[in-house]
Design a binder for this molecule. Structure first.
Ligand code: PLP
Length: 229
């Protein structure tokens, strides 16, 4: 039996190796533990092994875990990485620290209006459909600049960067292509004057490719928690 602590260590070794290959400092990459379908106890085990940032796909499931781990709230950072409907924005604005899946202005406006005054601004990324898959959520690359400017102007949100879930690819060269495209899109936004620092990309199967292309936030699930049932 491999424990969560052992798997987490193995992911940190992969991350350190990828950073060494990329000539990057390990501090330049944050590991987000994607905990969808995992029970609160598994998150506690990851926390005991040093993990602090957790990503959830479903609003209700995420809220339940934020509550179950309420005693650790000050130490933890909660990221919503799955789709967000407008009727769920208030609870997300009240409970989460980050939203990675923003792709509509209406949702962004609601989150900004509903972010409580006592909380820090909500940290957000725009989700980009970088592989151009018909079924995937996210903006087409051409739609990104206009929404980025609009979101950056909202008072209670802080636009940090871009997120993508590329189509799975077998070899590293193929995995790098969509990650590179996302990085180039971020660089173009920076040239338009937006102060962005986050590329949310890379999962269990392609984290090396993502690090080589500049990922700053890796979203890793099964490599930490084991295969989902
Ligand atoms: C599930 C999920 C991940 C993690 O995937 P693994 O292959 O388990 O590492 C990352 N990002 C998103 C948006 C996900 O839904």
């Amino acid at each position: 039996m491999t424990t969560i602590s052992e798997r987490l260590q193995a992911v940190h070794r992969r991350l350190a190796e990828a950073c060494a290959r990329a000539g990057r400092s390990v501090d330049s990459v944050t590991l987000l533990a994607v905990s969808k379908t995992q029970p609160a106890d598994a998150l506690r085990a990851a926390h005991a092994a040093g993990q602090r940032a957790f990503g959830e796909n479903y609003v209700q499931e995420g809220l339940a875990k934020i509550e179950a781990l309420g005693d650790l709230r000050r130490e933890l950072e909660w990221h919503l990485i799955g789709p967000l409907q407008s009727n769920k924005t208030r609870v997300v604005a009240e409970a989460f620290d980050w939203v990675h899946s923003l792709d509509r202005l209406k949702i962004a406006q609601r989150l900004s209006e509903q972010r409580p005054a006592w909380a820090a601004p909500l940290q957000v990324c725009l989700q980009v459909n970088i592989s151009g898959e018909a079924s995937k959520s996210g903006l087409a690359p051409a739609e990104v600049p206009a929404l980025a400017q609009a979101v950056a102007a909202l008072p209670r949100l802080r636009l940090r960067g871009l997120m993508a879930i590329p189509e799975p690819a077998g070899d590293e060269a193929a995995q790098r292509r969509p990650h590179r495209a996302l990085r180039e899109l971020l660089e173009a936004l920076r040239q338009q004057g937006l102060a962005l620092d986050t590329l949310s990309m890379g999962m269990s199967a392609d984290l090396e490719a993502a690090v080589l292309e500049g990922a700053t936030l890796l979203r890793v699930g099964s490599a930490i928690f084991g295969a989902r049932g």
